[in-house]
Design a protein around this ligand. Structure first.
Ligand code: ADP
Ligand code: MG
Length: 606
């Protein structure tokens, strides 16, 4: 049996049993479904994209209050020329709730997502509290009493009056959501989303607008919360502020983190565990302790600590590992016909593709780059060398948009790149590797490299969720595979990036850069940590790329390697160019010899 078949079977069993389950079980399942819908949004937001939100309950409240107001206030019906109690009102409430959640999330996201570190979670607490107090203090929302008398939902004339009926809708929505999000994560857009947590600088260099993706994930999570709130309101048939307070927001976060952190199904597991545990503890503790009180909160907190300590990735991975022993592994390679990706024509051989003029960079009192001039031509390997701390990596950041020069200009393929973000450099045709490897350690080599081809695909979120991106996805996968094979890493295709030796990880970075089909390739110490044979293979690869007409700029400490492959060399010392020329010229330059022999690191002696 495969995972997919097991899922289908579980769904079919649930559906078959639905009519016969006891009322209480159905009620619990319904709540679990509603909570899981919120929690799965949080898994996307917190576990996958790395943004912690304590305020998610407030979005549930927006969804619930929007429909409650439209369904109960005469003014709500009046707006659309409907009579109070019209069947269309809950649907207007749904649209209003989703619109409101998305708008509020977008505005809050614009402000709070700019915060870094602990400030973001603190920010979410702040607006979680504000919205809660707003619900309780607005006259037209009924203050702390809330709004009562909501109608039952009706779909095509069929009223969902009982928990049993409404639960079917809840679970259908939840399962559809899980399916769509699973598809989303398994796509070009999903790779970009997964990079938000730990690889934002890297993702920007691959052309991903990370700020935009963060807002979109935030809005997505808010939409799911709003949707849950809508169903919740029509289940309860009244709303008041209590279920949308900060405590509940924290519980939602617990569900996401305890269940799965970065795993979608973990949201369901977490929602089930916490809902059942709460129910059970509320019953058993008072009788055990002989007095009433909210003791479950204490036990709850302790259990939570225990789980988080033992299972930092949530419980889902452990459960999945256990079950997977009895399941067939999924087929990893997706082959298939389909058009190849568009190829960008490379610039004419010998033309200047990257032109840096008088580039300076000042860090406080330190002039890390001082009027550096450097040109890289198509079909040429240009090496940038110099002792440690000479300013080579700084210069790389200046010419790839990771950082802005204090003064000077950078032109890429004839375009002035002043104040452009690194994703714009990527779009124009530059790809780079990082001196300190920036890979997504727990993703496969294939996934990491495919992210490099981000800008060569176009499918958006909706297309990915609906699986309309499969032809393009197959082409992206083929391209990534081709680059990995070319770099000699075919045997490691499906291994996680973190399991590779550091030298190999550098090669993965090169494959990722090549997957973008760049006109200019920047390599920061690509040969560091490579055994001799693999250095030779790398040298052959770079020569081959040069033959194809790529412009390559490489920073490297291994002088033998540099002298063998470089057409031209520029030497930096204390941020300044002290020599430039062919390897033969540079090798005998007295200034270069002095810099290296007098320099601190002996290993780099030419
Ligand atoms: P290289 O790559 O040639 O070894 P770097 O470009 O990394 O050298 O560093 C050049 C100098 O700039 C060093 O003295 C380093 O300490 C300093 N430097 C680099 N980045 C920063 C930064 N973000 N803030 C302050 N100083 C920096
Ligand atoms: Mg460096």
């Amino acid at each position: 049996m495969t995972t997919r078949q097991l899922t289908m079977l579980a769904v079919a069993l649930l559906l078959a049993a639905w009519g016969f389950l006891p009322e209480f079980t159905v009620t619990m399942l319904n709540y679990i479904g509603l909570y899981a819908l919120v929690a799965v949004g949080l898994v996307m937001l917190t576990g996958v994209a790395g943004m912690t939100s304590f305020g998610q309950a407030a979005f549930v409240g927006l969804g619930a209050y929007a429909t409650a107001w439209f369904c109960t206030a005469p003014a709500g019906a009046d707006l659309f020329g409907l009579s109070p109690g019209a069947l269309a009102l809950p649907w207007i409430g749904l649209a209003a709730g989703l619109l409101l959640s998305a708008t509020v999330a977008w505005c809050l996201g614009e402000v709070t997502l700019r915060l870094s570190g602990h400030y973001l979670p603190l920010g979410t607490i702040a607006w979680g509290l504000s919205l809660y107090f707003l619900f309780g203090n607005l006259e037209f929302l009924g203050g702390h009493t809330g709004l009562a008398g909501l109608p039952a939902l009706s779909i095509a004339g069929f009223e969902l009056r009982s928990v049993r009926q409404l639960g079917l809708l809840t679970w259908a929505v939840l399962l559809l959501t899980l399916w769509a999000l699973h598809n989303l994560l398994d796509s070009r857009e999903g790779r970009a989303i997964r990079a938000l947590k730990t690889g934002r600088v890297m993702a920007e260099s691959m052309g991903v607008d990370t700020a935009r993706y963060r807002i979109k994930v935030f809005v997505l999570a808010a939409l799911l919360a709003g949707l849950s709130g809508w169903m919740y309101a029509h289940l309860q048939r009244f709303v008041n502020p209590t279920p949308f307070n900060l405590n509940i927001g924290i519980e939602y976060l617990f569900m996401a983190v305890v269940g799965g952190a970065g795993h979608l199904w973990g949201a369901l597991l977490g929602a089930a565990l916490i809902t059942l545990m709460k129910q059970y503890l509320q019953d058993i503790l008072p009788s055990l302790l002989g007095s009433s009180g909210n003791f479950e909160v204490i036990v709850f907190g302790l259990l939570m600590l225990l789980v988080l300590q033992r299972f930092s990735d949530g419980l889902w991975p452990s459960l999945a590992r256990l079950v997977n022993r009895y399941l067939k592994p999924p087929q990893a390679v997706r082959n298939g016909a389909g058009d190849a990706l568009a190829q960008r024509p490379l610039p004419e051989r010998g033309s200047v593709v990257l032109d840096a003029t008088s580039v300076s960079k000042r860090f406080g009192g330190l002039l890390a780059n001082n009027n550096v001039d450097l040109q890289v031509r198509a079909g040429e390997i240009h090496a940038l060398i110099g002792p440690n701390g000479a300013g080579k990596s700084t210069f790389f950041n200046m010419i790839s948009g990771v950082d802005d020069p204090t003064s000077g200009s950078v032109r890429l393929l004839g375009r002035d790149m002043r104040a452009q973000a690194s994703r714009v450099f990527a779009a124009v045709g530059l790809a780079r590797t990082f001196q300190h490897v920036r890979l997504l350690g727990n993703r496969s080599v294939l996934d990491n490299v495919a992210l490099g081809a981000h800008l060569r695909g176009h499918s958006g979120w909706i297309a990915s969720m609906l699986r309309l991106d499969r032809t393009e996805e197959a082409a992206l996968m083929r391209e990534a595979t081709r680059q990995i094979e070319r770099c000699g890493l075919a045997p490691q295709l499906h291994e996680t990036a973190a399991s590779l030796a550091l030298g190999q990880q550098r090669i993965v970075e090169i494959a990722r850069a090549l997957a973008a089909r760049p006109s200019v390739l920047l390599l920061d110490e690509p040969a560091a940590g490579l055994p001799y044979m693999e250095k030779q293979a790398l040298a052959r690869l770079l020569s081959q790329l040069r033959e194809e007409g790529m412009a390559i700029l490489v920073v490297e400490h291994d002088m033998e390697f540099v002298m063998n492959i470089a057409d031209r060399i520029t030497v930096l010392e204390f941020g300044q160019v002290i020599a430039r020329g062919t390897p033969a010229e540079v090798q005998v330059d007295p200034k270069v010899l002095a810099a290296y022999l007098g320099g601190a690191d002996g290993e780099t002696t030419p």
